[in-house]
Design a protein around this ligand. Structure first.
Ligand SMILES: Nc1ncnc2c1ncn2[C@@H]1O[C@H](COP(=O)(O)OP(=O)(O)OP(=O)(O)O)[C@@H](O)[C@H]1O
Ligand SMILES: Cc1ncc(C[n+]2csc(CCO)c2C)c(N)n1
Length: 258
């Protein structure tokens, strides 16, 4: 079984060049509080999308992250490449502003069966040359906290696209999937994340999950909703390994830096 590495170096100003695999990042901004580190994610990303009302967040909240600067300068610097969704939440002035700057507006008003995040993920996937998504990593800002139906919808998107690397982010947490098809090595960026973490069987009960590097390691342990799920666990060092017979959600806390 192949080993999959997981890094969170996108939370740092510079990504080490020797990091393996070297990933291409895309950013999706959702319609919820913009995490304070969004400008970092923006700079690392080669493609930046706003899911419908996510554009209001970039327009309203990016300038607040640069209080010394003129708001319209900040808005022009952080111009989304694409705004996509059913476009029932984006304000007209915001739509007009980014249209004038040359942002592609992709309207899918007829589809009321998939979320705007889902639409953005398919859009990014279709951009990948030769459908090769092996080096692609999609960062989703504003995915957690707020409305629980939206949070669950966002988690469902990472399950629906389980072959893609998708990372849900808020100011406080990071979540991604650990597919059962691989063994996993998670590299902890201790300056910005931890120590609290969790491992949650998301599709079905796990008969056997095994970890190293946690305060409460699993050792061929069964996990299921209604039984044991690993919450309020703690990372002990800079590396966690996970192997399971089921897809697991990995979640780790993000540090509030001064
Ligand atoms: N409170 C929230 N918490 C987490 N994610 C959110 C929240 N609000 C919106 N989102 C995400 O941002 C995307 C765009 O939000 P937007 O408000 O434009 O969606 P929407 O489809 O109009 O939502 P709804 O009609 O259900 O209010 C959603 O698809 C969802 O993924
Ligand atoms: C069973 C079922 N439940 C809810 C919705 C509604 N819905 C789901 S995604 C979406 C688009 C949001 O931008 C909407 C309106 C549906 N279609 N089917």
């Amino acid at each position: 079984m192949d080993l999959m590495h997981h890094y969170s170096t996108f939370l740092l100003p510079t990504i080490p060049e020797n990091q393996c695999p070297s990933l291409i990042y895309a950013l999706i901004v959702l319609n919820h509080n913009l995490p304070r580190f969004t400008p970092l994610l923006w700079n690392h990303a080669q493609l930046r999308l706003c899911a419908d009302g996510g554009a209001n967040r970039v327009y309203d909240e990016m300038p607040l992250l640069f209080p010394q600067e003129d708001a319209s300068d900040v808005r022009r610097r952080y111009k989304p490449d694409i705004i996509k969704g059913d476009l029932d939440s984006i304000r007209k002035e915001v739509l007009d502003f980014y249209t004038r700057l040359g942002t592609r507006i992709v309207d899918k008003t007829h589809d009321q069966d998939t979320t705007d995040l889902h639409k953005c993920v398919t859009c990014i996937r279709d951009f990948a040359p030769d459908s090769d998504t092996s080096n692609l990593c999609i960062l989703v800002a504003g995915a957690l906290g707020g409305r629980f139906d939206h949070e669950m919808g966002n988690v469902n998107v990472i399950c629906r696209f389980s072959s893609l690397r998708i990372i849900l982010l808020s100011d406080d947490n990071l979540i991604h999937l650990l597919p059962r098809t691989h063994r996993h090595e998670i590299h902890i960026q201790t300056s910005v994340q931890g120590p609290h973490c969790g491992l949650i069987p998301i599709r079905m009960p796990s008969k056997s999950s095994t970890t190293t590097g946690l305060k409460w390691d699993l050792n061929n342990t069964e996990m299921k909703f209604g039984g044991l799920v690993s919450t309020s666990n703690v990372v002990e060092g800079e590396k966690v390994t996970v192997q399971s017979d089921c897809d697991l959600l990995w979640t780790i806390s993000l540090k509030k830096l001064a």
